[in-house]
Design a protein around this ligand. Sequence first.
Ligand SMILES: Cc1cc2nc3c(=O)[nH]c(=O)nc-3n(C[C@H](O)[C@H](O)[C@H](O)COP(=O)(O)O)c2cc1C
Length: 150
Amino acid sequence: MLYISLSGNTKYFISRLTTYFEKERHVRVSSINVKEHREFTTLDQPFVTFLPAFLKGGNGVNNGYTEILTTILGDYLAYEGNYQHCYGIIGSGNRNFNKQFALTAKQYAKRFDFPYITDFELRGTAHDIPRIADAILTYRNQFCFQTTKE
Ligand SMILES: Cc1cc2nc3c(=O)[nH]c(=O)nc-3n(C[C@H](O)[C@H](O)[C@H](O)COP(=O)(O)O)c2cc1C
C-alpha cells in the first residue's frame, strides 16, 4: 500500500487496516508512507494507493482543483512507471469540503488511468475497515487476473 499522510489520519487508518488484514484475513501487507520515504524506489508488485486531499482554496466546482502538499505522491507514481502496478486509489478528506471532498484521488485516477476504488473521511470508521479491505481484495484480484491473462 502506497500512501501519504501529512497530519496522521491516513497513517492511523492504514495501521488499523493492516492489523485487520493480518488478524481477520490472514493477509500480510506492507506499506510506504511517502512522507517518510522520500527516496523513490521502483515498485513492481501490485499495490493500492491512498491519498488524502489537500487542495488550494476554492469550492471544487469553479475553482479549487489545485493540489498542494501531496504532489510528491504523484511523482512517486510517475517514477519508473510505478503507476502501472497500481490497481486503484482510495481517496480521503473532510466532507466539509463538499465538492472538493477526496477530489485529489479522483484527479489521480484520471491522470494515471487506474480505478477510483472508494473513499473514507478523516480517520475512517470501524465500518470502513472491513468495507475497504473487501474492496481492495476485489480490485486486486481483478487486476492480477487481467495481468495473467495478457
Ligand atoms: C490545507 C488543507 C487543505 C485541505 N483540503 C481538502 C480538500 O480539498 N478536500 C478534502 O476532502 N479535504 C481536505 N482537507 C482535509 C484533509 O484531507 C484531511 O484532514 C485528511 O484526513 C488528512 O489526512 P492526513 O492526516 O493523513 O494527512 C484539507 C486539509 C488541509 C489542512
